[in-house]
Design a binder for this molecule. Structure first.
Ligand code: ADP
Ligand code: MN
Ligand code: MN
Ligand code: MN
Length: 333
């Protein structure tokens, strides 16, 4: 059957950006879409003299933006079929496999800002709106902006079969969040990238851009993060709180490595203000939204569950973040 397949990949920029192009394929039921290629010299992935890069289908779902068709998230390979240096998925999959027995789960809270005329949606063009306080989970004109995009996005994710689990308006007018998970490291990352893709495409129809900048507006305004909630089988089991503490200690030991790989703009966002802990410090604590790692109150109460790494920035690459957390917490020295 002829199928419209939108091939999606991450380019060579830092942070990585989504690229895509459409191929009409004759897809046999139950078969994987074929490998394809692109001009890597236009995506910071190759020199013009040797520009071919390979698209290797990795995750496929319905294209909920079309009447029919599929989205094909790809790994980028070199022409000899080894992983391209921009391919962070393969390393994530490798680590996920090594620590499979720990049954790591991740839930990602993707914050973002909808942008129109280079301003957050709902902002006056030449001024700031009233200060923060009433926008988080707000309702009503003047208190939120862009809800039509947010609702369409939620439905598109559900229709594509993604495990999106919620959405809310955030602290700054025009800023929003959605959550994906809980799933394994590779699965949650594949789904987050597709969810970002759907968001960008839906907003595009409204002439609205999606900013994942860690601090879109300087001053007394919240930045955008990608809080990463994490648990292992042992952390979720009865009395798992001691395992949660151990995970916090393991993350403390590797704090610098993690911060360096948690997306861009940590110095602007992780200031110690606006519900963050300074990027220069590491603290963990129960219910503490000013900590690097928060242990949610229900987890402290039930003495089992998960921890929340609040440090990743909104533009982080989830393949990198989930790989590092898996490796740092599961490896035994
Ligand atoms: P917050 O109170 O920080 O805003 P949210 O409700 O936005 O929290 O997000 C909570 C996230 O935690 C969700 O993505 C959810 O999937 C995830 N989560 C819940 N339980 C677990 C668990 N046991 N392991 C990993 N992630 C989990
Ligand atoms: Mn949240
Ligand atoms: Mn949030
Ligand atoms: Mn959170």
């Amino acid at each position: 059957m002829l199928t419209k397949a939108e091939y999606i990949w991450l380019d060579g920029s830092s942070p990585p950006q989504l690229r895509s192009k459409v191929k009409i394929i004759d897809l046999v039921e139950g078969q994987k879409p074929p490998i394809w290629g692109f001009d890597g010299s236009s995506t910071l992935q190759a020199e013009g003299s040797s520009s071919d890069c390979v698209l290797f289908p990795a995750f496929v779902c319905e294209n909920s933006l079309e009447h029919s068709g599929i989205l094909v998230l790809c790994e980028v390979l070199n022409t000899n079929l080894t992983a391209h240096k921009s391919n962070t998925r393969q390393e994530c999959a490798k680590i996920a496999k090594i620590y499979e027995g720990h049954e790591c789960w991740f839930g990602l809270e993707q914050e973002y800002t909808l942008m129109k005329y280079k301003r957050p949606m709902g902002w006056p063009l030449d001024d700031e709106p009233p200060p923060q306080g009433d926008y988080y989970c707000g309702n009503g004109a003047g208190l939120v902006a862009g809800r039509e995009i947010v609702s369409e996005h939620l439905n598109a994710c559900l229709d594509a079969g993604l495990q999106i689990c919620g959405t809310n308006a955030e602290g700054m007018l025009g800023q929003w969040e959605f959550q994906v998970g809980a799933l394994g490291p590779v699965e949650v990352s594949d789904q987050l990238w597709i969810a970002r893709f759907l968001l960008q495409r839906i907003a595009e129809d409204y002439g609205v851009g999606v900013s994942y900048d860690a601090k879109p507006i300087e001053g007394d305004w919240n930045g955008s993060g990608c809080h990463t909630n994490f648990s292992t089988k042992k952390m979720r089991a009865e009395g798992g709180i001691t395992e949660c503490y151990k995970a916090c200690e393991a993350l403390e030991k590797n704090a610098e490595l993690h911060i360096q790989n948690y997306g861009t703009g940590s110095e602007r966002r992780l200031t110690g203000e606006h519900e963050t802990c300074s990027y220069k410090e590491f603290r963990w604590g129960v219910s503490d939204r000013g900590a690097s790692i928060r242990i949610p109150w229900q987890v402290a109460k039930e003495k089992r569950g998960y921890i929340e790494d609040r440090r990743p920035n909104a533009d982080c690459d989830p393949y990198v973040v989930t790989r590092l957390i898996t490796e740092s917490t599961c490896k035994t020295k």
